[in-house]
Design a protein around this ligand. Structure first.
Ligand SMILES: Nc1ncnc2c1ncn2[C@@H]1O[C@H](COP(=O)(O)OP(=O)(O)OP(=O)(O)O)[C@@H](O)[C@H]1O
Ligand SMILES: [Mg+2]
Length: 438
């Protein structure tokens, strides 16, 4: 892939010399004669590096650095300053430029600078991706045979570029696995763009995916990049693909077939070189049978399918998974009593690993430092059946307790969600849980 350079320079002769020299060197160069042209180019295209003159007809290049950095902390910027402008160069570096050269610019020196700065840019991107990944928890694989097979499949998936479909019940780690595959592959230095197809429907979804031209609809006051642009050279992760509406499916199929697309309201054909990963908790075959999902699209997106097992199907991994999650939640012990483990083993985990993690998190929050986690915090799992409607007359307090527990269970242990549907604050919910020893 040719590196894309955005050259911001008002002197036409300098630009001409630059383009002649660097096109030969295998660069794709976009010329901007002022900051307005540069901003417009940045709004619609992705660049690997910016070469920026400081004195421009419509403003100061130094201020432009801050604007670029606010949107993209990684893109390499080389600044060209006039002779004797060392204080300006220092300021440029403080604002986030990666390198500077003084005029008159020697193209050979600039070529070397660009090469080095591009390397720095890739390193910065890798670092920031690693940091993002470190912040999120790592993907637990475990010893179960099914997971070992999934591990091998995922490694194979990371090593190639074919579209992958990840299936599995809610909370089994589909999203985590998609990001993991992106991180292990050759595209890790570029973006992994996530789109949740169930959150956005119809035109909203196509606007997000394809972007729009200025004037495409009433509020479109400028050209806007779509997620396909941003995923260029990276990964496009379409989550909940089973919920994509039929009209967007047709548009998206066309992108996959033609490898090109148009922004809404634009005639220009654009290309994006992305790797596709899709996920769904639906059974796509039955959606195809009922006419809700296009068969031709299904064939295109699942060249390789990875099915994540439910937590019920990998109970052998439970102790290791609990230890892993407890540590990731900051617990020093990583072990629960045998009585608690029995409750966890006997439960059917409709919310899978997400639910397990939420329940462990809640138990840890309710456990004072230095004390062991109490079995009472897991009693809502063990007593599940007790909260079904009963014939005996209940007291107001019992009804409230039972209601809180059942809402919590429906929210798969997610305190925030439960508090929201109970219309009380998280703090009040924690207090009530403590009182009723849940
Ligand atoms: N293998 C795993 N290792 C560690 N944590 C995991 C794993 N799988 C799931 N989790 C935890 O469960 C949470 C839910 O995972 P994720 O969002 O990937 O599930 P999902 O299958 O995409 O669910 P949904 O279908 O509801 O979107 C994660 O935030 C993570 O905390
Ligand atoms: Mg998900």
């Amino acid at each position: 892939m040719k590196p894309n350079v955005l050259l911001i320079e008002d002197n036409a002769a300098t630009r001409f010399g630059f383009v002649r020299y660097f096109s030969k060197d295998g660069y794709e160069i976009f010329e901007a004669a002022n900051l307005a042209e540069a901003s417009a180019a940045l709004a619609v295209s992705r660049f690997d590096i910016i070469v920026l003159d400081i004195n421009l007809p419509d403003g100061n290049g130094i201020d432009f650095i801050s604007i670029v950095r606010a949107n993209d902390p990684c893109i390499p910027i080389i600044v060209i300053t006039g002779q004797g402008d060392i204080p300006l160069a220092v300021e440029a570096m403080q604002r986030g430029a990666d390198n500077f050269l003084t005029k008159p610019v020697d193209n050979a020196a600039l070529a070397e600078f660009i090469r080095k700065t591009l390397e720095i840019g890739i390193l910065k991107k890798q670092q920031s991706a690693r940091k993002r990944l470190e912040k999120k928890d790592d993907f637990f694989i475990g010893e179960a045979r099914v997971m070992q097979e999934i591990h091998n499949l995922a490694l194979a998936a990371a090593a190639c570029d074919i579209p992958i479909l990840i299936t599995g019940e809610t909370g089994t780690g589909k999203g985590m696995l998609a990001r993991w595959i992106h991180q292990q592959g050759a595209r890790a230095a570029h973006e992994c763009v996530e789109v949740n197809c169930s959150g956005l429907r119809g035109e909203m979804l196509s606007r997000e995916i394809f972007g729009n031209a200025r004037g495409a609809f009433t509020s479109a006051d400028q050209d806007r990049k779509g997620l396909l642009d941003i995923a260029d050279r990276g990964t496009l992760f379409l989550d909940e693909i089973g919920d994509m509406s039929i009209d967007v499916q047709a548009q998206f199929l066309k992108v996959l077939e033609d490898k090109s697309y148009r922004r809404l309201g634009d005639v220009k054909l654009l290309r994006s070189n992305f790797r596709l990963i899709c996920a769904t908790h639906h059974d796509l075959d039955s959606l195809v049978s009922s006419g809700q999902f296009r068969q031709d699209l299904m064939y295109r997106i699942n060249m390789m399918t990875i099915h994540l097992p439910s937590l019920r199907e990998r109970m052998d991994d439970l102790p290791a998974l609990v230890a892993y999650l407890l540590r990731s939640l900051g617990s020093t012990s990583g072990v629960l009593s045998e009585d608690i483990m029995k409750i966890l083993r006997d439960y059917h985990w409709p919310g899978n690993i997400r639910e397990l993690k939420n329940i462990l998190e809640r138990a840890l929050l309710l456990t004072p430092q230095g004390t062991t986690v109490r079995q009472a915090h897991f009693s809502s799992l063990a007593n599940k059946r007790l909260y079904q409607p009963e014939t005996k007359r209940l007291t107001v307090q019992e009804v409230e307790e039972s209601h809180i527990k059942s809402v919590l269970e429906q929210s798969c242990g997610d305190i925030e969600k439960a508090a929201k549907s109970l219309n009380i604050s998280r703090a009040t919910l924690y207090r009530r849980l403590k009182q009723i020893n849940a």
